[in-house]
Design a protein around this ligand. Structure first.
Ligand code: HEM
Length: 198
């Protein structure tokens, strides 16, 4: 926000209406997505006690787990685009100006890119060479502005949570997912925290 307030290009500064619109965009783009990435990912992680123990003893880097959260349970399933020119893709002709939906979540589970794509396996991100980054933040000119802070926030939250509550487990209640076509997340993530360590 400070950078936006101070932004100045040839004495041209952002107007109040532009600043307000950017603040609203940053708030909505940066809040729900990060919250959903964390809870969607925890729902996949917590049943696997070996992975939780490996995070706790430091043998499995949190960055690898966050990358697998992004790949396996992305909160952003789709981006929309309008083609500038006609293309042929997978034997399908698509004309210019046609709106298309790009299914990021499907690409993240493409077996041509990821071995055992249906397996939640953070260790894949510790291999050399690393697999291709997941498409959860999209690509190109509109690549997510918040990709770095989102990765960092979720990594910090995960580290603190697992150190403080090493026995944390999913609760008994069934999980309810909401899916708008673009976003996918949980209505709630019931957990049994267990003993607190620090
Ligand atoms: C896990 C968290 C996040 C995910 C999965 C995510 C995903 C995405 C995706 C897929 C896009 C591209 C939309 C498109 O191409 O149509 C995008 C754009 C954007 N994201 Fe994120 N995002 C996340 C967190 C954040 C955070 C923390 C911020 C802000 C601090 C943020 C700000 C933005 C903004 C401003 C854009 C628009 C960029 C542009 O149009 O040039 N995002 N995000």
């Amino acid at each position: 926000m400070s950078a936006l307030l101070g932004a100045d290009e040839d004495d041209d500064r952002l107007m109040e209406s532009e600043l307000l619109s950017l603040c609203a965009t940053l708030y909505s783009a940066g809040h729900r997505t990060t919250q959903d990435l964390f809870s969607n990912g925890l729902a996949a992680l917590l049943p696997n006690r070996e992975l939780v123990a490996a995070i706790r003893d430091g043998s499995l880097p949190v960055n690898a787990v966050v990358e697998e959260f992004l790949r396996y349970e992305t909160p952003t399933h789709m981006v929309a685009r309008m083609l500038n020119e006609p293309i042929e893709l997978g034997g399908q002709k698509i004309s210019a100006r046609e709106p298309i939906a790009i299914l990021l979540a499907a690409a993240n589970r493409d077996s041509r890119t990821y071995a055992n794509p249906e397996l939640f396996d953070p260790w894949r991100w510790t291999l050399e060479p690393e697999p291709l980054a997941p498409l959860s933040f999209a690509l190109g000119a509109h690549f997510c502005l918040g990709a770095s802070p989102a990765r960092m926030e979720v990594g910090i939250m995960l580290e603190v949570l697992i150190q403080a509550f090493p026995e944390i487990r999913l609760g008994e209640d069934p999980l309810h997912w909401h899916h708008t076509g673009v976003f996918r997340g949980l209505d709630a993530l019931p957990v049994i925290p267990g003993r607190r360590d620090c």
